[in-house]
Each structure stands twice: as structure tokens, then as C-alpha cells.
Design a protein around this ligand. Structure first.
Ligand code: URA
Length: 265
């Protein structure tokens, strides 16, 4: 017999594991969503349907035109606020758009907001953000000299990984975000950002640590590098060495390009 104390304990175990929201009364087959999203070359206007908590079925629908019509970051933020094609919006508390210096020459892109980011409406302010800030400060970068955003601007319930379909509907906004910030260097944090922006078969393990080329929608060529996500480093601290090596490469490239870096304290 389970009593109320047991129930409280079970709920706290779920909460500690990040499962702190009830999102749907029906189970979702994420494998099916993946199959639909794998044909990324010819995007279907309706990508998937998901039933978020207390909402009717939401059609996950790409909308390239409202993203590309945005002429400034403010307009892009407003376009995202008005965008109804991603079900995650309905379970999130805040839109998490971006942070840092929008004129920076280096831009970082993560996966999706977590609970702290959702509460504050800012990217990378929780534990993994604090680790990232510390590591970047060691190569002379602060939020005054870099810009940061995510592939997905709304927190996936329970901090689950976003599905490829969710990344696909948000992609036009991310690409426009890059165009508007117009950086010279782009750093992808973790596998989701890497898969979404670099595509291909190779994952983060193979791709990390080498500069590749990314062409913006405006036709500009940008240096792009994938590195491990700070949340992964918190789980696997043994991988920090690889990130340090990658950060040193980034620092050298920035210096070569004449970017002013702070002395590391
Ligand atoms: N992880 C991310 O990918 N983004 C955030 O904003 C926070 C944690």
C-alpha cells in the first residue's frame, strides 16, 4: 500500500530527475516524429502534431517567411512570440531569445532552455550556463563580448531533448538570428545544435574541435565549430580536457582575427 509520504517521495524523485511537469495524457511516439523529420531536404509544411497539456492538437509547422521578414533582433523576437507552429511554446513559461552582445563577433548556440532559463527568460543562466561562463572567461570572453542563443527558444517539458521535428520548425528563426547578429565565428554547443546546423551523418564526437564553414542565408561564410555541451561536461567531467583544447583553438582564431579578449584572471 502506497501512502501519501511514499507518493511525496516518488514525486520528489521525479522532480529531482527533471520530470516536474505533466505534459500530456497520451503517450507520444517520438520515433515517429524522428522519421517525419528525417526528410529535412524537402520540408513538409506540417511537420508533426503534438498534444501539449490542456491544448488542442498543435500542428508543428515551419514558417520561413515570418523569420526572414524580421529586419532586427527585436522584430525576430516578436515574430517568435507570434509564431504558433511549435507546441513547446504552450508548456513554457517564457520565450528565451538570446543574451550577450548582439554586435559580438562570436556567437554560441545551445540546445534549449532548462528550468532556470525558462524562469528568467535568458539562455544559459543555470548550472551549465555558469560553467560555460567560467570556461569562456578563461579565454577572455564575457557576455559583453559574445552573443548566445539556443536552437529552441522554449523549454521542453522535463528538460527532455528536443525532437528533430521541433528543431526543424525553429530552424528558420535560428538561421535568421545568425544573419541578424552577423558574427564571424559560430560555436555550436552539443549534439542538437550540431546536427541541426551542420546536418550530415557525423555526430558531435567526430565533428567537435575543427573549424568548418557555414553559409548564412545572406551568403556570408562563417567559421563554425562544434564543442561539447557544458551540461555534458557536468555529467562527464573527464571530457573537459577536449573542451579546453577546443577553446584554446577558438582563442587563437579570435586573436588572429583581431578580436579583443580580456586577460583571464
Ligand atoms: N542548455 C542549453 O542548451 N541552453 C540553455 O539555455 C541552458 C541549458
Amino acid at each position: 500500500m502506497i501512502d501519501s509520504q511514499d507518493l511525496k517521495m516518488i514525486l520528489s524523485i521525479y522532480k529531482d530527475a527533471g520530470d516536474d511537469e505533466i505534459i500530456s495524457t497520451t503517450t507520444q511516439n517520438r520515433f515517429e516524429e524522428k522519421k517525419e523529420a528525417s526528410s529535412m531536404s524537402e520540408p513538409d509544411p506540417i511537420i508533426a502534431t503534438v498534444s501539449p497539456r490542456l491544448s488542442p492538437q498543435i500542428a508543428q509547422k515551419r514558417d520561413d517567411s515570418s523569420a526572414s521578414a524580421a529586419k532586427s533582433l527585436e522584430e525576430l523576437k516578436e515574430a517568435l512570440r507570434a509564431f504558433e507552429g511549435c507546441a513547446l511554446k504552450y508548456t513554457a513559461t517564457n520565450l528565451v531569445f538570446g543574451d550577450g552582445n548582439p554586435k559580438a563577433r562570436i556567437m554560441f548556440i545551445g540546445e534549449a532552455p532548462g528550468a532556470d532559463e525558462d524562469r528568467q527568460g535568458l539562455p544559459f543562466v543555470g548550472q551549465s550556463g555558469q560553467l560555460l561562463d567560467k570556461m569562456l572567461s578563461c579565454i577572455g570572453l564575457t557576455r559583453e563580448t559574445f552573443y548566445i542563443t539556443n536552437i529552441i527558444p522554449w523549454r521542453p517539458p522535463g528538460n527532455r531533448q528536443p525532437t528533430p521535428a521541433e528543431a526543424e520548425v525553429c530552424l528558420p528563426f535560428v538561421r535568421r538570428h545568425i544573419d541578424l547578429v552577423n558574427p564571424d565565428f559560430l560555436v555550436l554547443l552539443g549534439g542538437t545544435a550540431t546536427k541541426t546546423l551542420l546536418g550530415g551523418r557525423d555526430g558531435i564526437m567526430r565533428l567537435r574541435g575543427t573549424w568548418k564553414e557555414y553559409t548564412t542565408d545572406a551568403g556570408k561564410k562563417i567559421k563554425i565549430m562544434a564543442i561539447f555541451h557544458p551540461a555534458y561536461l557536468l555529467r562527464s567531467p573527464g571530457q573537459k580536457r577536449e573542451v579546453w583544447l577546443d577553446l584554446i583553438k577558438i582563442k587563437h582564431s579570435l586573436k588572429e582575427a583581431g578580436v579583443t579578449l580580456k586577460e583571464c584572471l
